[in-house]
Design a protein around this ligand. Structure first.
Ligand code: NAD
Length: 335
């Protein structure tokens, strides 16, 4: 199997490349990534010299950059490449439309033209919008995205669906909840809070801190994607989630307790515009149809994650550039 992984230098993509190299040593993996601020080849140091792994720096929007790869024969595509940070989508929505929608269209067209056997679109539960205090998103829940990020992901999902309906492309769409684990860029909640706590800096929490997310250890997401890639039924959507609902304050408290830092480091900052209140996933379909089970509970997964960042402080230092520092200052003005 020759597999094209897009966005494989990012957080989940790089974890998935490691997962594939370990579990499928006979596969040929081609990793295409534009290396935006979120793409980091440091994440892939241990696999880069393996003979069945190739990295290609390319932009998924640009057909000319990708076509030679498709010409060389690709069995399946798994599309992680995206602009992925909601806050950045509020500042620069146009980049999200370009990469997430136009980029997906380029990949779909090439997959159709070169008879790719399977296309997996890695999407998010955020396309469903927000929930009240009860209930869960199922695969039948209507799409009601509230941020430019989630709207661009929903647009991509609809294109993927259309390529199945119109051209018969063999596709799956996965919609996963919030991931945490190694190699996550420290603009996202978990690594940001770990980094700030280690430096005894304030931990910026949006609004009242009671926004609820379902949390899943990234390796469990990779296992789910493995099942979808190999056994997913043509045309189906699969929700992925761990039934680990926690609000942001609870996540921050877990980190402070594990690192032995005081709660006084928490600082409340102005809430994000259009901030969804609660996401919760019903993942019964992938459990029943494909036999997926998460291996990590929230406590164990978080401990493992925190200790990974503790042991990889050098990695953290390397990914934090001057550009990131400026962005961070604009984004997290204290109340
Ligand atoms: P990330 O931001 O860490 O990585 C995205 C990667 O895509 C980076 O390596 C970046 O360089 C690359 N990229 C961006 N624009 C590109 C372009 N035009 N061409 C080629 N490569 C480009 O994101 P992540 O958190 O790893 O998320 C991966 C995917 O999973 C995304 O599609 C995201 O929507 C989805 N997802 C993420 C989560 C989560 O909790 N992080 C949850 C559910 C779904």
């Amino acid at each position: 199997m020759k597999l094209l992984v897009t966005g494989g230098a990012g957080f989940i993509g790089s974890n998935f490349v490691h997962y594939l190299m370990y579990n499928y040593p006979g596969y040929e993996i081609v990793n295409v990534d534009a290396l935006t601020y979120a793409g980091n080849l440091e994440n892939l140091r241990s696999v880069e010299k393996l003979s069945n792994y190739t990295f290609v720096k390319a932009d998924i929007v640009e057909r000319t950059e990708l076509e030679p790869l498709f010409k060389s024969g690709i069995d399946a595509v798994i599309n992680f490449a995206a602009e992925s940070h909601v806050d950045r989508s509020i500042l620069h929505p146009d980049i999200f439309v370009r990469t997430n929608i136009v980029g997906t269209q380029t990949l779909l067209k090439l997959s159709k033209d070169y008879n790719v056997k399977k296309f997996v679109q890695v999407s998010t539960d955020e396309v469903y919008g927000t929930l009240g205090e009860t209930g869960f998103f199922t695969e039948e829940t209507s799409l009601a995205p509230n941020s430019p990020y989630s709207a661009s992901k929903a647009g991509a999902d609809l294109l993927v669906r259309a390529y199945h309906e119109t051209f018969g492309l063999n596709i799956n769409i996965t919609r996963c909840s919030n991931n945490y684990g190694p190699y996550q860029f420290p603009e996202k909640l978990v690594p940001l809070m770990i980094k700030n706590a280690l430096e005894n800096k304030s931990l910026p929490v949006y609004g009242d801190g009671l926004h609820v997310r379902d949390w899943l250890y990234v390796e469990d997401h990779c296992c789910a994607l493995d099942l979808v890639l190999h056994k997913g039924k043509n045309g189906e959507v699969y929700n992925i989630g761990g039934r680990n609902e926690r609000n942001n304050l609870q996540v921050v408290q877990t980190i402070l307790e594990e690192l032995g830092k005081p709660k006084s480091l928490v600082s409340y900052v102005k809430d994000r515009s259009g901030h969804d209140r609660r996401y919760a996933i019903n993942a019964d379909k992938i459990r029943h149809e494909l036999g997926w089970q998460p291996a990590y509970n929230y406590e164990d997964g978080m401990k493992k994650t925190i200790h990974w960042y503790l042991s990889n402080k050098e990695w953290m230092e390397k990914v934090i550039s001057g550009t990131y520092q400026n962005y961070y200052k604009i984004q997290y003005k204290e109340r």
